[in-house]
Design a protein around this ligand. Structure first.
Ligand SMILES: CC(C)(COP(=O)(O)OP(=O)(O)OC[C@H]1O[C@@H](n2cnc3c(N)ncnc32)[C@H](O)[C@@H]1OP(=O)(O)O)[C@@H](O)C(=O)NCCC(=O)NCCS
Length: 178
């Protein structure tokens, strides 16, 4: 008889998650163009994002038991005040947790929480190419590819394009409201 599988849970990140989150991110820094960081950032970088969560941003982790599978967060798109209703979103998973729907789960919770906020109008995501999984995740999560910046990054010996994805806050459903 097979043992029951421990469920994947998506919850707000805590300081206890930071080391595992940093290990996931720094592996991407070293091995892929998914991030344009080129040197490992360690936990302090993510601690700053967690601290910003108190000011209106969201940092989520997906865990199975006490194993952090990945994380997703929102951050300000640009600092100038007129951009205040625009959030940038990002997601990173451990390599063993990919292709299993965990990224989709993280985005469902993250985007659902952003949709519930009156002060968030639209979300932007930047996908370094090629990244079929990330492009598919953004498409299925309601993002539209709005353009490509060519050769804006140079990493791992080559120039890298970025695809820009945008999602509009879901329209309010007034069905049944009189
Ligand atoms: C990109 C990433 C977050 C996607 O999360 P995931 O949990 O692997 O994706 P899911 O299993 O939820 O699948 C989402 C979609 O991607 C597709 N997909 C997943 N892995 C894929 C792969 N290796 N190649 C092509 N498509 C893939 C799925 O089929 C699904 O698309 P569909 O709904 O059209 O069928 C994850 O692969 C990852 O962390 N990659 C490394 C870091 C990274 O690239 N982050 C994004 C930076 S922009």
């Amino acid at each position: 008889m097979s043992r029951p599988t421990t469920p994947v849970v998506v919850r707000d990140a805590t300081v206890q998650d930071l080391a595992a989150m940093a290990a996931i991110y720094d592996e991407e820094v070293r091995t892929s163009v998914a991030t344009f960081d080129t040197e490992p950032r360690g936990a302090a970088y993510l601690a700053d994002k967690l601290a910003a969560a108190g000011g209106g941003d969201i940092v989520l982790v997906a865990v199975r038991g006490d194993v952090v599978l990945g994380y997703a967060y929102s951050s300000p798109f640009r600092p100038r005040p007129a951009y205040a209703g625009t959030k940038e979103v990002s997601v990173y998973l451990a390599s063993h947790a990919r292709g299993l729907g965990v990224g989709t789960r993280l985005y469902e919770v993250l985007l659902g929480r952003l949709d519930a906020r009156e002060d968030v109008h639209t979300e932007v995501a930047v996908v370094a190419l090629p990244n079929e999984a990330s492009e598919a995740l953004h498409r299925r999560s309601g993002f539209r590819r709005v353009g490509v910046l060519e050769e804006v990054g140079f990493k791992l010996g080559r120039y890298v394009d970025t695809a820009w994805y945008q999602r509009r806050r879901q329209p309010v459903d007034f069905t049944g409201v009189s």
